[in-house]
Design a protein around this ligand. Structure first.
Ligand code: SF4
Ligand code: SF4
Length: 122
């Protein structure tokens, strides 16, 4: 088993190999227009242990809405897999850091602050 597969499965608690690429997750995702590749393609890359999965924007565009997880016929929590991919990237410590002192927080919608806290803090 490749390192990337092991880490994603350890962090997410999900069995990547249970995905059979039906595409139901991607069909329900509302943010695919902004994504480099679709959610089911992310799963395929991760299944293959392809490290390029860490350099695509899809996990960062993901809004953690859980629609994909609800739609998956195999019960795979795709949302948590996206979260795991973000965590792996963050733990590399070479991710873009945002200086919150330069952001006008009062102008941001509340959901943006919540999402940023989840994605950009460690
Ligand atoms: S819905 Fe589930 S089984 Fe289908 S492609 Fe997405 S993760 Fe894989
Ligand atoms: S949790 Fe992320 S990948 Fe899944 S449907 Fe929502 S935005 Fe798309």
């Amino acid at each position: 088993m490749s390192e990337i597969v092991e880490r994603v499965m350890e962090i997410s608690g999900q069995n990547l190999y249970s995905c059979y690429q039906c595409g139901n997750c991607s069909a329900g995702c509302m943010f695919t227009d902004e994504m480099d590749i679709l959610p089911h393609q992310v799963i395929a890359l991760a299944q293959n242990g392809d490290k390029s999965v860490l350099d695509i924007n899809t996990p960062w565009i993901c809004a953690s809405c859980f629609i994909c997880s609800v739609r998956c016929p195999r019960g795979l929590d795709v949302t948590t897999i996206m979260e795991a991919l973000r965590e792996i990237k963050i733990r590399e410590r070479n991710f873009i850091k945002i200086d919150l002192r330069k952001v006008d927080i009062e102008k941001l919608p509340q959901i943006a602050i919540t999402a940023a806290a989840q994605k950009f803090t460690w």
